[in-house]
Write a protein of this length. Structure first.
Length: 297
């Protein structure tokens, strides 16, 4: 039996494995090889790895973990989880049954792309979600922001740290008059009409097509489609969740433990606001440390 099984081997999962491996705990990492940021050309904000392709960072991390004899990396999907603290069972997509005293869930989230022609094809290049991940490279340029709810007001104000040329696309939403007034005071124009298409022009540049017949070109478009966990294991386990404006997130306490004793979670799966590789790595490391400390006799 392993000490810990980690389900999801991107930034959070591998960071947790590193801490556990260095503590000489037996750990198996299950991963499908489909991280959320695989569409991005570069990853930013992670100390020591700034402006590297995310898949290259993960490949290097896996190579580094190979020096720890108690860590096993397995390319497989976790199909079912059962049991309780000190006796969890995980069935993989390959039919292998694994046991562990603790679990760390770090299988991330999937973006639910809107049914807008060109949106999915532009995701990760001319359409991005996070200013901390991509803002510096396009600072001072013309940014666009797609309104997705009240949180977009705060995001618009936040974006002014990077650029003084920002256009907000209402995308058919009814933006309250007081918010429109505040945006106007900040010199942020609001473009009404529903988005009917995105034309990607290479690099970051995109043209937003509207049902009003108007086309608006921006140097980068920020959007926040709703997300959902990339697997449903938390549902079968009955773990508590938080319904946020952006999607469902797993509820964890200050030690990264979920509502079920012995199960920890980290990364985008638990992040309510602007997830990033920096947050995921930090949360994964803490989940690994707290899982290890919980097994002290």
């Amino acid at each position: 039996m392993d000490d810990v099984i980690i389900i999801g081997g991107s930034f959070a999962g591998l960071a947790g494995a590193l801490q556990l491996g260095r503590a000489r705990r037996r750990v198996t990492v299950l991963d499908t090889g489909l991280p959320r940021n695989r569409f991005a050309g570069h990853s930013h904000g992670l100390l020591g790895h700034d402006h590297k392709p995310p898949l290259a960072i993960l490949a290097e991390a896996r190579q580094q973990l190979a020096r720890y004899p108690t860590i096993r990396l397995v390319s497989a999907r976790a199909d079912r989880v059962s049991g309780a603290i000190d006796d969890f069972s995980v069935l993989t997509g390959d039919g292998e049954s694994l046991g562990a005293r603790r679990l760390i869930l770090s299988y991330g989230i999937a973006d639910q792309m809107p049914d807008v022609p060109g949106f999915a094809e532009s995701w990760g290049t001319s359409i991005v979600p996070c200013p901390y991940c991509d803002g510096f490279e396009v600072a001072g340029q013309h940014w666009g922001l797609v309104w997705s709810g009240p949180q977009s007001h705060n995001q618009a104000r936040l974006f002014l740290d990077w650029t003084d040329k920002l256009t907000l696309f209402a995308d058919g939403h009814d933006i309250p008059p007081d918010i429109r007034a505040d945006l106007a005071r900040r010199n942020i124009p609001v473009v009404d009409g529903r988005i009917t298409g995105i034309a990607h022009h290479g690099g970051h540049i995109a043209t937003v097509k509207l049902d009003t017949g108007r086309n608006v070109a921006v140097d980068i478009l920020f959007a926040h489609p709703r997300t959902k966990p990339s697997a449903s294991l938390h549902e079968s386990l009955g773990l508590a969740t938080v319904d946020t404006p952006g999607g469902i997130a797993l509820k964890v306490d200050e030690r990264r433990q979920t509502s079920m004793p012995g199960i920890y979670a980290a990364g985008d799966l638990t992040t309510v606001f602007l997830p990033s590789v920096t947050q995921a790595s930090s949360q994964g490391a803490m989940a690994g440390i707290f899982a290890q400390q919980s097994m002290l006799s």
